[in-house]
Design a protein around this ligand. Structure first.
Ligand code: NAD
Length: 365
């Protein structure tokens, strides 16, 4: 079995889909691993650290692609690489097929078995393969650090000869994987933290991190443990209570998302205008449109002394550990199919069947 690990080409992407550790595991399972030259360099994993892998230089990439049984990546591979793959080759990564119809068509027309890992069902068995969770954890952590770093105040309470400093009040909106990590991180920095989510079960999770659950009187548990979109009345009620509350908050970290939908708009421009100068918003949902109306992806907007920060690629900014976790997730998924030097995708396994986007020339969803 030949496995090819690609070097990422997307702007700002620093992660890599395999580490020296996972290459060792793939090789122990009987695979031959080719690593595109410098694939790990931007995650501080030099080629020399990949003892088990053969380094594929750029001149040899086309040939390596033509013989690969499995291609591992973070972002979707370039069309030129996909066009070289043999029919039946497996592609594993954050492939976002619906974001690019042309590339999606290639997976089907080239008879590739594409596994966009974002489609992985979020069952207990899939946890060790869940790249959305592992990458969201890094993003939430970094979001809290950005808030602390950009704030014109301390996060912790301080008692000093120059008097007492009160702790910052931090509100985390959305308490999924990223939000809970943001809460835990802001707490470690000593802030007074509140969390808010529409899924009622998050109350206990927020409180177990030593934060307070902010009750805005809206509950919207949806299917499969996710949130559903709010009705117009629910939204209005949430908005009214939140606007009042935000007047006393120093930093807001937004992480709310609804699968397959644009990010819910939760913080309006008027709410930002009502906040105190020197407070700030870090909108982790910037990539999917933002939870705050004023957010501009990749930029910081100032409104009446309030900074609205829309960071992009936060998981990538922690590339070393983000790659370590991503690579282990990928390995755990690949291990479902790889054994004793042979590769077999069992479509009776729901993790395989539900994750696959294309197989044997058919699109599956
Ligand atoms: P996500 O990124 O889709 O959403 C982030 C959070 O935003 C969610 O908690 C959601 O409830 C919240 N949200 C949505 N609309 C909102 C609104 N209008 N106001 C406030 N908050 C809003 O979610 P995620 O972090 O990927 O995962 C969500 C949950 O799924 C997890 O917390 C967990 O319970 C479950 N999950 C289970 C597994 C597993 O068992 N394998 C793995 C990962 C996640």
């Amino acid at each position: 079995v030949e496995i090819l690990v690609l070097r990422e080409t997307a702007a700002g992407e620093r992660r890599v889909a395999a580490t020296p550790e996972t290459c060792r595991k793939m090789s122990a399972a009987g695979a031959r691993v080719g690593l595109q030259q410098d694939a790990g360099a931007r995650a501080f994993l030099p080629d020399a650290a990949y003892v088990e892998a053969v380094i594929v230089d750029d001149a040899a990439l086309a040939d390596a692609a033509a013989t690969a049984d499995v291609v591992l990546c973070v972002q979707p591979p370039a069309a030129g690489v996909l066009q070289r793959l043999k029919p039946g080759a497996i592609v594993i990564g954050l492939l976002a097929p619906h974001a690019d119809p042309e590339r999606a068509a290639l997976y089907v027309s080239r008879s590739l078995t594409a596994f966009p890992l974002e489609r992985l069902p979020r069952t207990t068995r899939a946890q060790a393969m869940d790249v959305l969770s592992s990458q969201a954890g890094m993003a939430g952590y970094k979001a809290a650090l950005i808030a602390a770093e950009r704030a014109p105040r301390f996060f912790p309470m301080l008692t000093t000869a120059a008097g007492t400093i009160r702790p910052s009040k931090v509100l985390v909106i959305g308490a999924g994987v990223a939000g809970l990590q943001a809460i835990a991180t802001a707490r470690r920095l000593g802030a007074q933290v509140e969390g808010f989510d529409v899924r009622p079960e998050t109350r206990e999770q927020i409180e177990s991190l030593g934060a307070r659950f902010l009750d805005l009187g809206v509950s919207a548990a949806g299917e499969g443990g996710y949130a559903r979109e709010l009705s117009a009345e629910e939204r209005a009620e949430q908005q009214r209570r939140l606007a009042e509350h935000l007047k006393g908050v120093d930093a807001v970290i937004c992480t709310a998302a609804v699968p397959g939908r644009p990010a819910p708009r939760i913080v309006s421009r008027a709410m930002v205008e009502g906040m105190r100068p020197g407070s700030l918003i870090v909108d982790l949902a910037a990539e999917t449109g933002g939870n705050c109306e004023a957010t501009r992806p990749g930029e910081t907007v100032e409104i009446g002394g309030v900074s609205v920060i829309g960071p992009l690629g936060l998981a990538s900014s922690g590339a070393l550990h983000a790659s370590e976790m991503y690579a282990r997730n990928v390995w755990n998924f690949l291990a479902l199919m790889l054994g004793e030097g042979a590769l077999r995708a069992d479509f009776d396994d729901e993790l395989i069947a539900r994750t696959a986007f294309s197989h044997q020339g058919q699109q599956r969803g």
